[in-house]
Design a binder for this molecule. Structure first.
Ligand code: NAP
Length: 340
């Protein structure tokens, strides 16, 4: 039986929007994680999340070359004033090779990208516009300057950055206030804690952890991506989910299982509670955006906001990330870790 209590709200950044303390990642609804067998259920999930107090909805122009933005557009039209809409620019799929992506941060591209997103989403303004990846050939001041122009023109309300270093965050924030940084953060992926997290805490920038469920691995729903997931599933390209790495990594879920049993919770709920609790531990706003296309899972995931882990339980979970075998991506050059 689902608990219909709405989740708490927090402010994203010093002057940012008020949002539910957990958001919804929309990427997998139409891209990256195999075919969506039931688009109706995915649409119902968008609605159910809102009923539960989830208001930050996350997409990007690269997700299915705009398909994902178009997928959520009807929902947005129905609920424009209730939803805080986040999308991203900078990444594009290479039409010659689906495993490759290009990155563009130059001013003309920023101006072109926003028009495409506004059109596909069917809105006049995006609440939170992220630079998805950093192209080091373009001065950050040019990119953030172009994003600031969009704010001045009313096309965008707040700015965000994804997969940036602490130095890049500071430089960008000096050009225009940054409301949020979106980076991978979970029991399996903790590299941002050394630089980005303290910088965000100091600057009053919120952290929006993506893949907080380790792309589903932390829920125990799959082990060997290459054997269990469909041919087009992005996780088959991620070193930590295949071969010996996957076999070693699944053993790391044992302490998560122990903590879950103590709370009568699922593994995924403990993974989400852990990342949420980093807010208190590290003194910054944290709004994870787990992705799901199923109503029952959004109910389960929002339920995690009511779980409080004890110091002993946090200590039990602490060593996990240090033991994970395999990188987050096959090509780490596109991550902030490649530039730290
Ligand atoms: N900025 C970036 O570079 C970047 C990169 C990746 C993702 N993102 C954003 O972050 C969002 C979330 O990340 P993510 O989707 O990669 O990973 P995630 O949230 O860690 O995991 C999503 C996966 O877990 C499954 N799942 C969700 N809840 C579950 C539950 N309670 N029990 C069992 N399985 C569950 C989902 O399957 P079902 O859908 O079938 O439930 C999906 O396969 C994305 O949607 C996207 O908006 C951003």
């Amino acid at each position: 039986m689902a608990n219909d209590t709405k989740i708490d709200t927090v402010r994203l950044g010093a002057d940012g929007p008020q949002v539910g303390v957990q958001g919804l990642g929309c990427m997998g609804m139409s891209w990256a994680y195999g075919p969506t067998e039931d688009a109706g259920e995915a649409r119902a999930t968008l609605e159910r999340a809102l009923e539960l107090g989830v208001t930050l909805y996350d997409t990007a122009d690269v997700y299915g070359d705009g398909d994902n933005e178009e997928f959520i557009a009807p929902f947005l039209r129905a609920h424009r004033d209730e939803v805080v809409l986040a999308t991203k620019f900078a990444l594009a799929n290479d039409p010659q090779d689906p495993t490759r992506r290009t990155i563009r941060n130059d001013r003309p591209y920023v101006r072109q990208a926003i028009e495409g997103s506004l059109r596909r989403l069917g809105v006049e303004q995006i609440d939170l516009y992220y630079m998805h990846r950093r192209d080091v050939r373009v001065p950050l001041e040019e990119t953030v300057g172009a994003m600031a122009e969009l704010v001045a023109e009313g096309k965008v309300k707040h700015l965000g950055l994804s997969e940036v270093t602490a130095a890049e965050l500071r430089a960008a924030h000096a050009v225009h206030p940054i409301a949020a940084v979106q980076s991978e953060w979970s029991l399996f992926s903790r590299d941002i804690e050394a630089g980005v997290v303290p910088a965000a805490a100091e600057l009053g920038v919120a952290l929006v952890p993506y893949s907080p469920l380790g792309r589903g691995f932390l829920t125990g729903s799959f082990v060997h991506a290459d054997q269990e997931l469909t041919a087009d599933d992005f996780r088959r390209q991620q070193p930590r989910f295949t071969g010996d790495n996957a076999a070693a990594n699944v053993a790391l879920l044992e302490p998560v299982r122990t903590v879950a049993a103590a709370h009568g919770a699922t593994l995924g709920q403990i993974a989400l509670a852990w990342v949420q609790q980093q807010s208190a531990t590290r003194g910054l706003t944290v709004v994870p955006i787990p992705g799901t296309r199923k109503r029952s899972r959004v109910e389960e995931n929002t339920g995690a906001t009511r779980i409080e882990l004890t110091a002993e339980q946090l200590a039990l979970l602490e060593p996990i990330a240090g033991k994970v075998a395999g990188d987050r991506y096959a090509d780490m050059r596109f991550t902030s870790a490649g530039r730290e």
